[in-house]
Design a protein. Structure first.
Length: 193
């Protein structure tokens, strides 16, 4: 058992017979005689629906144990992503709905932690930031105009907005959850001696 004020992102809990993964937690202290509240954003691990319940800080919830295995991504077919256990070569099919926005950043051979509950995959843990090459965009423009953006298509097919100085072929860092540009990766140029 865990009390609501101890909930953390990534935990798995059972509420009214349903299994949920904690996506977000925000605890708000109460004033005077008013008790605080714990706001949460949960996702049903079986159905994929999100729910945003509020709990009293001392409310008890059933915490469930999950297993985590690092699997190698192989390929996508229809609405299923196939991963492989590197030690046993067993293939595991994960519904695309579980992956969320991170699916756009999958590359064959990529190794990612996959969370299991009762031998069923319930989540794939992506890094927060991905490095991706820009496939197409307008030529780079070096202007004095700050905050100006242009459309760019990344190698994974994702269309994002980048600053005007980004050129095709450059590598950029992108927030995996939001798909937003963060920064350009600068490549070291060799200096002649």
């Amino acid at each position: 058992m865990v009390i609501a004020s101890e909930l953390r992102e990534g935990m798995i809990v059972r509420i009214q017979g349903q299994t949920y993964k904690v996506l977000e937690v925000e605890a708000k202290a109460g004033a005077a005689k008013m008790g605080g509240v714990v706001k949460t954003k949960l996702i049903n691990v079986r159905g994929g629906r999100t729910w945003e319940p509020h709990f009293r800080p001392q409310e008890r919830l059933e915490e469930l144990e999950i297993e985590r295995h690092v699997l190698e991504f192989l390929y996508v077919q229809d609405d299923t992503c196939t991963f492989m256990r590197p030690d046993t070569y067993e293939q595991v099919e994960v519904p695309s709905a579980i992956l969320g926005p991170g699916e756009r950043f999958l590359e064959p051979g990529m190794q990612l932690p996959v969370e299991f509950f009762e031998n069923e995959p319930i989540a794939v843990v992506f890094p927060e930031i991905a490095e991706v090459r820009v496939a197409e965009t307008a030529p780079a423009v070096h202007s004095q105009q700050d905050g100006a953006w242009k459309e760019a298509t990344l190698e994974n097919g994702l269309a994002i907005h980048v600053p005007l100085f980004i050129a095709p072929g450059e590598t950029v860092r992108v927030d995996v959850k939001t798909g937003r540009y963060l920064e350009r990766i600068r490549t070291e140029r060799k200096r002649s001696a």
